[in-house]
Design a protein around this ligand. Structure first.
Ligand code: ADE
Ligand code: ZN
Length: 336
C-alpha cells in the first residue's frame, strides 16, 4: 500500500506556501538577507516545533516568515515546494499565501506574488505541475486591512483564483469578513475559508452562508452538527482536511482518532492535504501514509481521496478529466 500511495497522482488544495519553509532554507535566507533568527541551527529550529494548539504554532510560523524579503526568496521557497510535489507525484496544487504577513513588514505585494507566480510558471513548464494561487486574509487583523489587501491584489487578478481566510479561528468568526468577501466575489474571486479546525461547527455553517465558500478548509468539527454533515454530503461541499496538522495542533489526540475515513465513508467530499508541511512533519505522501497506517482505509478509498481533490479543484472540467485519467491509469496499472 505504501508503494501505491507514493505513486498515486495527487492534488493538493490546502498548502500555505509560508508553511513549506524548511529550517535549512530558513537558515540560508536568514544569512543571505542578514536577518537574525532566535536559533543556532536548523536542528534547533526543528526542536522548537512542538505545539500546544493553533496559536502556539502561528507565533512561530509568522516569525519564520521574517526571512522572506526579496522576490527571489519567494521564488526559492515556492520552487523547493514544487520539487517536493514532484517527489510525491502531486500533479496539481492550489497554494495559499498570506500577503499581510509580508506587507506588514514593508514587503511589497508584487514582490511576494511575482516570486511565487514565477516559480509556479516554471513548475508548469519544467515539472508539468499545474497550479493556482489563493490569497488569504489574516482573521486576527481587522476587515479594513483585508480590504486594503484586496485592493493591492486587483492589479494581479490574473494570477489569483480566489481568496481565503486563515490564522486564529477562535474569536474571529466568518461574520467579521462578510463585506470583504462579498467585494472579492464581485471582482470574480472564488472563496474558501478555514473553519471548524479549532472553532465550532457554526463557523463552517457561516463560512458557507456568509462568505459563499466553494470549499471549507479543515472542517473536521462538522461532526458536532449532524444537520450540517447532511448538508455537506448533499451539496458535496469539499473539506480540505490536513491529517498531520490536526495531530500536531492537537485537534485530535492521535491519528487513530481522526475522523477523515469516517467522513469519507459517510459520503463527504474530503481531501488530504499538508497545510504547513515544514512545521507538521510531512508533505502529501506522508499525510496519506499517516492516515493509512492509523486507520482502516482501502486502496479504493485512497483513490477516492485523490478523485475528490480533483473534483474540488479550481480548474476547468476538461482539465479535471485529464487529471482523472492520470489517476485511473495509475490505478489500473498498479492492480494489473
Ligand atoms: N495558517 C497557516 N496554517 C494555518 C492553519 N492550520 N490554520 C489557520 N491558519 C493557518
Ligand atoms: Zn491551513
Amino acid at each position: 500500500m505504501m508503494t501505491y500511495i507514493q505513486g498515486l497522482p495527487k492534488v493538493e488544495l490546502h498548502l500555505h506556501i509560508e508553511g513549506s519553509l524548511e529550517p535549512d532554507l530558513m537558515f540560508d535566507l536568514a544569512k543571505r538577507n542578514q536577518i537574525t533568527i532566535p536559533f543556532n541551527s536548523p536542528e534547533e529550529v526543528e526542536a522548537a516545533y512542538q505545539f500546544d494548539d493553533l496559536q502556539s504554532f502561528l507565533d512561530i510560523y509568522y516569525q519564520g516568515a521574517n526571512v522572506l524579503i526579496h522576490e527571489q526568496d519567494f521564488f526559492d521557497l515556492t520552487w523547493a515546494y514544487l520539487l517536493r510535489c514532484q517527489q510525491d507525484n502531486v500533479i496539481h496544487t492550489e497554494i495559499f499565501f498570506d500577503p499581510q504577513t509580508h506587507t506588514a513588514r514593508g514587503i511589497a505585494f508584487e514582490t511576494v506574488i511575482n516570486g511565487i507566480d514565477k516559480a509556479l510558471k516554471k513548475g508548469r513548464e519544467e515539472l508539468g505541475i499545474s497550479s493556482q494561487i489563493i490569497m488569504c486574509f489574516l482573521r486576527h487583523l481587522d476587515q479594513d486591512s483585508a480590504f486594503e489587501t484586496l485592493r493591492q491584489a486587483l492589479p494581479h487578478k490574473d494570477k489569483i483564483i480566489g481568496v481565503g481566510l486563515d490564522s486564529s479561528e477562535q474569536g474571529h468568526p466568518p461574520a467579521k469578513f462578510q463585506q470583504v468577501f462579498e467585494e472579492a466575489m464581485n471582482h470574480g474571486f472564488l472563496t474558501v475559508a478555514h473553519a471548524g479546525e479549532e472553532g465550532p461547527a457554526q463557523n463552517i455553517h457561516n463560512a458557507m452562508k456568509l462568505l459563499g465558500v466553494a470549499r471549507v478548509d479543515h472542517g473536521v468539527r462538522c461532526v458536532e452538527d449532524p444537520q450540517l454533515v447532511e448538508q455537506l454530503i448533499k451539496d458535496r461541499t469539499p473539506l480540505t482536511v490536513c491529517p498531520l496538522s490536526n495531530i500536531k495542533l492537537k485537534v485530535f489526540s492521535t491519528m487513530g482518532e481522526h475522523n477523515i475515513v469516517e467522513l469519507l465513508r459517510q459520503g463527504l467530499c474530503v481531501t488530504v492535504n499538508s497545510d504547513d508541511p515544514a512545521y507538521f512533519g510531512g508533505y502529501m505522501t506522508d499525510n496519506f501514509v499517516a492516515v493509512a497506517e492509523a486507520l482502516p482505509v482501502t486502496f479504493e478509498e485512497l483513490k477516492q481521496l485523490s478523485l475528490n481533490a480533483i473534483e474540488a479543484s479550481f480548474i476547468t472540467e476538461e482539465e479535471k478529466q485529464q487529471l482523472v485519467k492520470k489517476v485511473e491509469s495509475f490505478c489500473d496499472t498498479f492492480h494489473s
